[in-house]
Design a protein around this ligand. Structure first.
Ligand code: SF4
Ligand code: SF4
Length: 288
């Protein structure tokens, strides 16, 4: 594979069709693998690693031993997928596939008649699409004029962020916490690049929606919601803010990856969602 081909090859873990909540109209959402953040409430843990992974559902395993018999690398899984094909229970699957921008574009274009009929398009999500910026740009270039939407944490260099935003028609910008210390504590990364990119997005005049996951005891205090609203004040292409209440099902997929879900907050604590700080500033806001 030459350098150019490498750049336009990416790893995705799902293509979900007929989505109604990832942008205007009926859409196909592509989930990119790999994310630099480690949000304590992440409900897509299979998007964290940039690599293809083996998922095992131990809860339905019958301990027949077929997977062990065929495995050539029992000490260190090399994700060859052989065991997936022999498991009679369907406990095993590979998560992620490597695909060229050209092949993925051809696959996605099959739904073009639906996009036209239902004013939809394609949404890039993850994981974090900006972590595969060359692939994202190449793919977007092949898909225009289909309407393209990007869902991003905004945690990237300004160069990467601007390239990504300029290659799509609409942005869902996630915000996790307005305080730098709490942001680092709950996401594992600095807030500063996210704010710098948000400010550029606001100044650009491009249309965007902000999505804020509301996590019990983490970012649902009146002061925190007020600081979120403060960050979003002023002239910009902001269409609205969507508050996404935390769901206790968030931890369901961790066991498939051999991980434990141990959030450093009380998942059962009732949420205190308040739209007033946004409404007071004239920012359209809703709970999703
Ligand atoms: S994916 Fe391959 S290496 Fe990994 S456990 Fe299965 S057979 Fe073994
Ligand atoms: S092949 Fe499937 S059912 Fe059999 S031991 Fe392996 S995971 Fe369990």
């Amino acid at each position: 594979m030459n350098k150019q081909q490498l750049k336009s090859t990416g790893i995705i873990f799902e293509v979900r069709e007929f989505c109604l909540h990832d942008g205007p109209g009926m859409r196909t959402t592509v989930f990119f693998k790999g994310c630099p953040m480690r949000c304590a409430w992440c409900h897509n843990p299979e998007g964290l690693s940039a690599n293809i992974q083996l998922l095992v559902n131990q809860s339905i395993c019958q301990h027949c031993g077929a997977c062990r018999e065929v495995c050539q690398n029992p000490q260190q899984c090399v994700v060859c997928g052989t065991c997936v094909t022999v498991c009679p229970q369907g406990c095993r699957r590979l998560c992620g596939r490597s695909i060229s921008a050209e092949d993925l574009a051809a696959e996605l274009r099959k739904n073009e008649p639906f996009f036209k009929k239902y004013d939809g398009g394609i949404t890039f999500s993850g994981g974090e699409p900006l972590a595969q910026i060359d692939f994202l740009e190449a793919l977007a270039g092949l898909l225009h004029p289909i309407h393209l939407t990007l869902e991003t944490s905004g945690y990237a260099s300004s160069d990467v962020y601007q390239r990504a935003v300029q290659s799509v028609d609409f942005v869902f910008q996630d915000l996790k916490h307005p305080d730098p210390v709490q942001h680092r504590r709950y996401t594992g990364v600095e807030l500063e690049p996210v704010l710098a990119n948000l400010n550029w997005l606001k100044a650009s005049g491009r249309p965007f929606t902000v999505r804020i996951p509301i996590i019990p005891g983490v970012n649902d205090t009146p002061e925190t919601l007020d600081r979120f609203a403060e960050l979003l004040e002023g002239r910009s292409g902001l269409t609205r803010v969507e508050l996404l209440p935390y769901h206790q099902t968030a931890g369901a997929k961790y066991a498939l990856l051999g991980l434990k879900y141990e959030p450093p907050f009380d998942p059962a604590r009732p949420l205190a969602i308040n739209l007033v700080p946004f409404e007071e500033r004239g920012i359209p806001c809703r709970i999703n």
